[in-house]
Each structure stands twice: as structure tokens, then as C-alpha cells.
Design a protein. Structure first.
Length: 75
């Protein structure tokens, strides 16, 4: 899957063993390492978005940030 739209370049540091596994997956799938990593990250984000426990944590976090922003605005 090639990147679409705006992209952000990032640096990622991973253990050599994991890097080799990712390179192997990319080679077997006739893909690029970047595509394999992008796909894995997209799947991870999708799983989090569907995870009720994560969603509960997200809502608590949003409420806390809203409280902090209100404190600053009222100050």
C-alpha cells in the first residue's frame, strides 16, 4: 500500500532482529519495508480504535485535558 495524500517522514529505531523480520516480510510479499511498517501501524491503530478499554482511557484522557484547558482559560 503506497502512501496517499500528505505524508510525514519519521525515524524509527527497532532491534536488528525485528528489522530483519520486517525486511523478510517485505521481500516475500514483494513490497517495501515502509509499506510493511505502514500497514502494521494502520492495523494497530484500527485495533485500538475498536478496543473498548482503550476508548475508555481515551475518554478519560480527553476529559482531563478539557479540565486543564478550562483551568488555563479561566486563569
Amino acid at each position: 500500500m503506497a502512501p496517499q495524500g500528505d505524508t510525514k517522514s519519521m525515524t524509527l529505531r527497532i532491534e536488528e532482529t525485528l528489522a530483519e523480520r520486517v525486511r523478510t516480510i517485505a521481500e516475500v510479499e514483494e513490497s517495501t519495508v515502509s509499506d510493511v511498517i505502514r500497514d502494521a501501524l494502520a492495523e494497530h491503530v484500527d485495533r485500538r480504535r475498536r478496543d473498548p478499554e482503550f476508548q475508555a482511557m481515551l475518554k478519560r484522557n480527553l476529559r482531563r485535558h478539557e479540565e486543564l484547558l478550562n483551568l488555563l482559560a479561566d486563569g
